[in-house]
Design a protein around this ligand. Structure first.
Ligand code: HPA
Length: 274
């Protein structure tokens, strides 16, 4: 079921009380392998999701479940250490709930990271990708149900969900670090089963470069409430059917671990100028 404005306000009020006037400017939602960035937050106030009214607890492997507030690269941040996914049994309103709460606390920007399968056959597992746009067909929307007018319009524009100026920032930072950065389209699949080879061919025909099970619900909600978005993907594996080998979570986590330093440096470098 959906939530009313008062529900989000209740969660925000609870957090405000814990935060003593601290207001985050940037919300970071960290996917597989980058959760440790939450541990680098200075003067941190960490609140377990389970303590926050209406928050759902993440159950996916590699996802902790807490919101960390404080300073990272000199920026006032709220870090979602671990996210929830639709495949865990949560609604799209549930998985994007924290974005609206962070907006109420003052966040104007969202940095979202994820692990995804690589659809583009010219690229390799381990590559980093700047998300320039996404595809989400057919499925329910996090904005389905009565529109919460306090956040945004019934029919929000989705022409520039991934903020062009933040894309420019990421390209510049990657170049300065000497880090190769692909860019492309992320296609959402609900999971938890990985895609079939036929679905991956379909994704490629549709114009996708990566497939994954997260991020898009949060980005839709962030766009609706006027937040700017930077999306960065680690391509942990070639998507199904490209190589003659089955996909495994072990491969995903292994690549995520191997790329951790490169990926986190880029994210932190971008954050520095946000
Ligand atoms: N598909 C969907 N989600 C993923 C993948 C994949 O191949 N790899 C990591 N997350």
């Amino acid at each position: 079921m959906g939530y009313a404005f008062a529900d989000y306000q209740k969660s925000a009020d609870f957090l405000r009380h814990r935060l003593n006037g601290f207001a985050p400017r940037v919300l970071m939602v960290l996917g597989s392998g980058l959760g440790f960035l939450g541990d680098l937050v200075e003067d941190a106030v960490a609140v377990p999701y389970g303590d926050i009214p209406n928050f759902k607890v993440s159950t996916a492997p590699g996802h902790q479940g807490r919101l960390v507030f404080g300073w990272l690269q000199g920026v006032d941040v709220a870090v979602m250490q671990g996210r929830t996914h639709h495949y865990e049994g949560y609604s799209y309103q549930d998985v994007s709930y924290g974005v609206r709460v962070a907006r109420l606390l003052g966040a104007e920007r969202l940095v979202v990271t994820n692990a995804a399968g690589c659809v583009n056959t010219a690229w390799q597992a381990g590559d980093l990708m700047l998300i320039t746009d996404h595809i989400k067909l057919f499925m329910d929307s996090p904005l389905r149900g009565p529109n919460v007018d306090q956040f945004g319009p019934r029919f929000p524009d989705a022409s520039h969900l991934y903020t062009p100026a933040l894309q420019t920032l990421a390209r510049r930072k990657a170049a300065a670090l000497g880090t190769a950065l692909r860019e492309g389209v992320y296609m959402y699949f609900p999971g938890p089963q990985y895609e079939t080879p036929a679905e991956v061919r379909f994704a490629r025909l549709a114009g996708a470069d990566a497939v994954g099970m997260s991020t898009v619900p949060e980005v839709i909600v962030a766009g609706h409430c006027g937040m700017e978005v930077l999306g960065l993907t680690l391509l942990t594996n070639m998507a199904a059917g490209i190589l003659d080998q089955p996909l495994s979570e072990a491969e995903v986590l292994e690549t995520a671990a191997a790329a951790q330093t490169r990926f986190s440096r880029l994210v932190l470098a971008c954050l520095e100028e946000m």
